[in-house]
Ligand binder design. Structure first.
Ligand code: KG4
Ligand code: ZN
Length: 363
């Protein structure tokens, strides 16, 4: 939660509009107030890791119930921390998809109630748009268009971000997301949940060349990702008993990063001119990935931009910020989105993107 810096002078009035954002699409409940000048006035985030840990992954029903319990009080607390009431908020933005539908419905209905009570516009935000624009919350100088690697537990895409609401999907995964591959590797190695940070930590002091692992789709003409075969190879390596878990973790991470760099290079060939390479989504917290992408960007004459770690994983400031961007771009009609806006379990950022060949392997 944001703690105001001790100061004898009162905080300057936030630059209007002020947007309240709500995020509840997975296992983080989050609320944030963001001003037009990019100030995060106050925010709160509650992780449900403890509730899901015994199951080794997010249980949708448990997630939705937890959002119901915490979101209301969280809104009250964030407003109180900011010294504000609903009357000081200009719009209510909430994740309306894609995500676990029960949780999305809880956050969206909370936002609708606030919009109705405060007579404020509702802005229904695509969670992926929140991730895609979050680097611009941290970096005012980041201009469109940019190439974005969006890598989280549920998504793995490379997008050409041309403007607010204008996204061309270049690459997607035909099976697992990158974060999912980290999580499954962690599960195989008995590292617990969530897995990404645990795999990264274990890999730190190990030999990334110790275990021969495949690089699925590396070198392929199409720019897409595939990680299911890599995960199966990790399982076989572990069951063979020949390798230390740390060496498997390091070798897996190296193989995954090799794939990401190769797919990023192919995507860059297929994209229009861009000046920056941007990484977002939970896996952007991975330092090895950041380092590798930074070198890749340098080699290709691109600026490299990665949001601060707290803005990489799911949070509500990015949702409020996406609301700000949509308002500034004139994409929010006077009364905002209709109060019967439906929660969407699936919601592609690029509606024209064709399914990747080979996709749909997973249920
Ligand atoms: O964006 P996010 O918070 O939630 C989703 O929308 O999925 O991303 C969570 C994902 C998880 O799969 C988690 O294991 C992964 O991001 N992750 C990491 C790291 N930190 C989080 N993966 C690799 N290395 C990390 N340090
Ligand atoms: Zn996310």
């Amino acid at each position: 939660m944001a703690t105001p810096a001790p100061s004898s002078t009162p905080n300057p009035a936030p630059l209007r509009p002020v947007v309240l954002g709500i995020e509840s699409s997975c296992d983080e409940s989050a609320v944030a107030l963001v001003a037009a000048d990019r100030t995060i006035i106050a925010q709160s985030i509650a992780s449900q890791d403890e509730a899901h840990r015994p199951y080794g992954g997010v249980v949708p029903e448990i997630a939705a119930r937890a959002h119901v319990e915490v979101l209301g009080p969280m809104v009250a607390r964030v407003l109180a921390d900011a010294g504000m009431t609903l009357a000081d908020v200009d719009a209510i933005a909430a994740t309306a998809g894609p995500g676990l539908i029960g949780g999305v419905m809880v956050g969206l209905v909370t936002a609708k109630a606030l919009a109705l009570a405060g007579d404020r516009p509702l802005i229904a935000i695509n969670h992926l748009e929140g991730h895609a624009l979050s680097p611009r919350l941290a970096d005012a100088a980041l201009a469109f268009p940019y190439l974005l690697l969006l890598a989280s537990g549920g998504h793995c895409q490379i997008l050409e971000v041309r403007g607010v609401g204008n996204y061309r999907r270049i690459a997607t995964t035909i099976d697992d997301a990158l974060g999912e591959a980290f999580d499954k590797t962690a599960k195989i190695l008995g590292l617990g949940y969530p897995g990404g940070p645990a795999v990264e930590r274990l890999a730190l002091e190990a030999d990334a060349g110790a275990v021969p692992l495949p690089r699925p789709l590396k070198g392929s003409e199409e720019p897409h990702f595939s990680f299911a075969g890599l995960k199966s190879a990790v399982l076989r390596a572990h069951e063979s008993g020949l390798y230390r878990p740390a060496d498997i973790a390091a070798s897996f991470q190296q193989a995954a990063l090799d794939c990401v760099l190769d797919r990023a290079a192919r995507s860059l060939d297929l994209a229009g001119p861009v000046a920056s390479l941007v990484v977002a989504g939970g896996v952007a917290a991975n330092r090895a990935l950041r380092g590798a992408l930074e070198r890749f960007a340098q080699d290709n004459g691109l600026d490299f931009v990665a949001p601060p770690l707290a803005l990489c994983t799911d949070n509500a400031a990015m949702i409020a910020w996406a609301g700000q961007e949509r308002l500034a771009a004139g994409l929010v009609a006077g009364e905002g989105d209709p109060l019967d806006f439906a929660a969407r379990p699936r919601w592609p950022l690029d509606p024209d993107a064709q399914p990747a060949r080979g996709a749909g392997v997973k249920a």
